[in-house]
Design a binder for this molecule. Sequence first.
Ligand SMILES: [Zn+2]
Length: 255
Amino acid sequence: MTWLPVLLIFFIGAIVGSFLNMLIYRLPIDESIWKPRSHCPMCKKTIQWFRNIPLVSFVIQQGKCAACNESISWQYPVVEFITGSIWVICFLIFVPMHAAMTALFSSVLIALAWIDMKTMMIPLSLIISGIVVIVMSVIMGTLKWKFVLWGAFAGVFVPLVMMGITYFMTRRQGMGWGDIQLGLILGAWLGPWNMALTLFLAALLGIIAWLGISMKKGFDRNRPLPFAPYLVISAVTIFFLESNIGFWFDHFLLL
Ligand SMILES: [Zn+2]
């Protein structure tokens, strides 16, 4: 692909990222996602369309709201950039239909992980959105239903067993029910084996993060840690690596 379509896809992804930012802001506070147009979280002024261009507006306005001059959270450009990049990766390595489904599913995961990171909650509406994309993928033929069902089973069953063992040993609930729901859609997307690998990698990342935070802020047995970000990072990494290990070697390492 030449740079122009790549840039175009990046920009479409960044627009989706801008929509995800709105979801990240509104879903946890139960604000309607349809009604009021984009507005500044500080001064509540409506943002005109030409000041709402993903990444570009942030750079031009030097990270400040045009109306009240308050700083805009770094979350906005970061989510737009990550989403744009993932869309580009999808369309570079998959055929268009597969790329579109993967890009959509990854976008749902980005919003979900970010909301869990901020609020320790996973909105059910995003789990349902994930299920809708998976059903669409089965209809479009990019996922096989048998693979989806076995994966979903593994994604629920293995975390439930892990939760049971954790509870038996520590009398604490290690994971939340939201994580089990997330396991359901991740398993359906990844299939059983990659789901097992994802859980293992996510637990490892979670433990490393927990140790890091404990060393910085002091040891606290009860410190809660959102698990969805680690699950999502692990799932996306394993999905892209497993799908295209050959591609990555060809294009980046052996050039
Ligand atoms: Zn403002």
